[in-house]
Each structure stands twice: as C-alpha cells, then as structure tokens.
Write a protein that binds this ligand. Structure first.
Ligand code: SAM
Length: 250
C-alpha cells in the first residue's frame, strides 16, 4: 500500500476548519467563467462523464449530482439524456442557487430536488436508500479528508439501486509523479488569458481557502471496492484529474 499523501494548497491555514465551501460560495458568480477557461480538461471531463451516464443508464435515470457546483455536470448529462431527473447537492448555498437557475431554465422538469449540505457530515440523511440510478460527482471528492471520503463513498453505495453507477472525477496524487504540479502550472498559464481582475480574485480565494486531500487511484479504487462497488475503472485521465466509474452489483 502506498503511503498516505495529503496535500493542501496552503500549508499555513488551519486544518480544523474546512474553508473550501466558503471559497466556492464567495465566487459562485465568477465560477463558470474561470472554470471553463482555466481548468485543463474540464469540458472534456464533463462530456465524458455525461457520455458514461448515457452509456450505462436508462434515459429516465434518477441521478444525484454530488457537489453540483453551478450545475455543469448536470447540464452535460441532461444535454445527452434530457429525460433524466437530477437531485442537486452541494455545501455552498450560492453554488446550488446558480445551478438551480441554470438547469431550470434549460430543462424545466429535470430537478428532482436539492440540498445544501456538508459532504463531510450527514449529507445523505433522509435520502432514499437504493433510490438512485447514478451518482455523478465532478471535482468534489478530493476536498474531503480521507476518512470522510471513505464514508461518503459508503453512503453513495447505500443510495444507489442495485446495478447503479458512481461516476466521479477527482484529483489524484501518485508517488514520484509531478502531475499535480504540472496540472497547476498549466492552470496558472491558462488563467492569465482571463480578465486579471476576475482571474486574480478567484485564484487568490482558491489559493487561500481551498483544501485538497490527495491519494493514489489504486488506494481510492480499493476503498470503492471495500464499499461494495465492483468493476471500478478509469475512463479518462488528464494529468492528475481522472474520471472513474464503478457499479453496485445487481
Ligand atoms: C471544483 S467545484 C466542482 C463543482 C461541479 N461539480 C463542477 O464540476 O463544476 C467543487 C464543489 O465542491 C463543493 N464542496 C467542496 N467541499 C464540500 C463539502 N465538504 N461539502 C459539500 N460540498 C463541498 C464546493 O462547494 C464546490 O461547489
């Protein structure tokens, strides 16, 4: 087993308080402009997550968008599966509000429900066990401390119907590889093409407040398996960001 690797954008900030959600809450309105322009592979990753949903699910699937942000993964899925219904969940009230607005204007009947909740706490309370065909989660789960990550994966397993899918893109770290540094260097170059006021505002917030907890794909794949998922596979990877899909046995 590889050693546990925990990385944080700022070594200085306190690890007792999770500041990631407030970081996103503070830039909910600027999120899309920054994210699409600055994050390498972002659009491609969303497209493939949506393609996987179309490939593995029935057209009227019930899906949770876990850490929905401004709803980009949901919109990508609905673009390919317009009859799907989506439950939105994120810790940031403002992100959920932007997501609801975007989705309800493009797909008025698609939102099953929504919740503002902390994924490190009791976010799944009251959600129907075996009530969902799929959980999609893009660029979220690496914000959870690793013990909370494992608990969240177990909750995902509980919420999925037999045969349901977890489709998640996350940041990973592999011992001896510089792919994280490379990724963040690319992001730094890309963000310079944006209006400096917007770019510096978002990058400054993320540098100060965002927390990441990275470990290897092999380790997380093992946790998925221990939670009960079978056949978890890496569908796509760009440097340190990979998209994995795993199925709950029938
Ligand atoms: C990089 S954004 C990704 C959003 C969206 N899935 C996307 O692909 O654009 C990370 C999201 O995770 C949410 N998040 C981070 N930590 C969280 C936590 N502990 N509980 C709930 N949401 C969290 C943030 O509020 C933010 O919306």
């Amino acid at each position: 087993m590889d050693s546990e690797i925990i990385c944080d954008a700022s070594e200085e900030k306190t690890m007792t308080e999770d500041t990631t959600v407030s970081c996103y809450d503070d830039h909910a309105q600027a999120y899309d402009a920054y994210q699409f322009a600055a994050v390498p592979g972002y659009r491609e990753m969303l497209d493939l997550a949506a393609e996987a949903a179309r490939r593995y699910l029935s057209p009227d699937a019930r899906i949770i968008d876990l850490g929905c942000g401004t709803g980009n993964a949901s919109l990508a899925v609905l673009g390919k599966m317009p009859s799907a219904r989506i439950f939105l969940l994120d810790g940031s009230e403002r992100m959920v509000s932007v997501a609801r607005e975007k989705i309800s204007s493009a797909h008025p009947r698609a939102i099953l429900g929504y919740r503002v909740a902390d994924l490190a706490e009791n976010w799944a309370e009251g959600l129907e066990s075996e009530g969902y065909d799929c959980i999609v989660s893009t660029l979220v789960l690496e914000h959870l401390p690793l013990d909370r990550y494992r608990r969240a994966i177990e909750e995902c397993f509980r919420l999925l119907k037999p045969g349901g899918w977890l489709i998640a893109s996350e940041g990973y770290a592999e011992e001896g590889s510089d792919m994280r540094e490379w990724f963040f260097q690319e992001m730094e170059v890309r963000r310079r093409a944006l209006d400096p006021k917007l770019s510096d505002f978002v990058a400054g917030l993320r540098g100060e407040l965002e927390q990441h907890y990275y470990t290897s794909k092999a380790r997380k794949a093992q946790w998925w398996q221990e939670a009960g998922f079978c056949s978890s596979a890496v569908l796509w990877q760009y440097l340190c960001i990979a998209l994995m899909a795993g199925r709950k046995p029938l």
